[in-house]
Write a protein that binds this ligand. Sequence first.
Ligand SMILES: Nc1nc2c(ncn2[C@@H]2O[C@H](COP(=O)(O)OP(=O)(O)OP(=O)(O)O)[C@@H](O)[C@H]2O)c(=O)[nH]1
Ligand SMILES: [Mg+2]
Ligand SMILES: [Zn+2]
Length: 430
Amino acid sequence: MSTLNEYSTPNRMKIRTQISCPHCWHEFSTDQILFISESPELLGDVKLGDIAPVRFLPFRFDVSGAALDSHGIACHKLACPNCHLQIPRAILQMPNSFISIVGAPASGKSYFLASMIWKLRKTMTRNFCMNFTDADTAMNKRIRDYESTQFMNTGENKIVAIEKTEAQGDIYNRTKINGQETTLAQPFTFTITAMPDHPFQKQAYRSQMICLYDNAGESFLPGSDNITQPVTRHLVKSDVIMFLFDPTQDQRFQKACKKTVADPQMNSSLGGTVRRSEVRQETVLTEMIERIRAHARLSFHEKHKRPLIIVLTKLDAWKQLATFFDYKRLWYRLPDKSICVFDVKKIEEYSQQLRQLLLDLIPDLVSTAESFAENVTYMAVSATGGPPTVDPKTNATGYIPSTINPVWVETPFLYAQTITKKYCVPIYNP
Ligand SMILES: Nc1nc2c(ncn2[C@@H]2O[C@H](COP(=O)(O)OP(=O)(O)OP(=O)(O)O)[C@@H](O)[C@H]2O)c(=O)[nH]1
Ligand SMILES: [Mg+2]
Ligand SMILES: [Zn+2]
């Protein structure tokens, strides 16, 4: 017999009093929020420059409650009072939670993010009666482009690839904070809301906004954190950290794989331009921990209270070492219900097995993670389901979209939802 976890907080959609900016993480009260002028002539902002529309604190409103700018035009877009960057309107009504995706260069962060979001859009609706949608489509453009690259060109036999995330350039927002030119990472924001036919409406499945970032691996390397480019400071705010560890970049994993693998990342005789981190992945984990300890003012002996998920990426390339997986779905449909329940026990069982594998191969990774966080879980995913193809003309690696078949990419997010008690998925509790 399955039972459901009970939820007690009602799903009220009232205006929040305190907000955390997804760009600069500044906390402010709702009455400080700025509006962005929609009159084409009202240009110029002290922090964003001459061509940015004017930001203003409204004092006149129309009958529908929209703020009026100095030309009497109704304005709907909101901005943070600290960085002046645009923030999604959903932030007014929904609690905002942050998820950090951390990993060395080429560990698979961008591919994982693209596959996870693509899958969550479907899985949440089909299986958990929750809408998972963009909080702001313009802000999410880059991730939508990633999804289109990987999943929308399935009719074509062309090799496509998600580009390396650059540590500088147009993908970052520039503003002034405390008079200092500052570069900030573009947040990707999503809302999760219960669908009208959700069978457990009365149990109040809470609406929430999720905020994620796609950092360049270089931004996590020692020496790259500074006050003018605080692009990884979301780490301190994060409700969950997903640390991506790429076994194909680790010699101990490569040696343990006795059977030949048809992946240029594991087998250099296949050619192909393969990117690798110049810094060992354990060092990236240690650097992440040092940043959190420093900025969250956590003493050396204190443990981080929020969950850390070690996500082993590119499972397709090292699956011979994980024979304990049965690759079945980790959620089941309840009898006579339109909703599924998520099998947390199975995740925890797999986590123990992956932990043992890591203890055998990279014990220092386990000890570093567990001496930092109270709650560490080990999970495995494949964002693509298979190895990249080498383009014989250019030697570049990429994928034919119709061959991409992600494995378990949604599970770190779903599991994170259950352990942080965000309650968007019911738990299987036999
Ligand atoms: N076999 C296999 N290869 C993958 C998978 N996901 C990504 N890759 C390969 O890993 C390479 C790096 O992936 P990215 O997602 O760009 O890595 P990243 O962590 O975003 O790297 P930076 O942007 O440099 O920080 C890609 O070129 C892919 O070919 C996977 O699930 N399986
Ligand atoms: Mg990337
Ligand atoms: Zn801000």
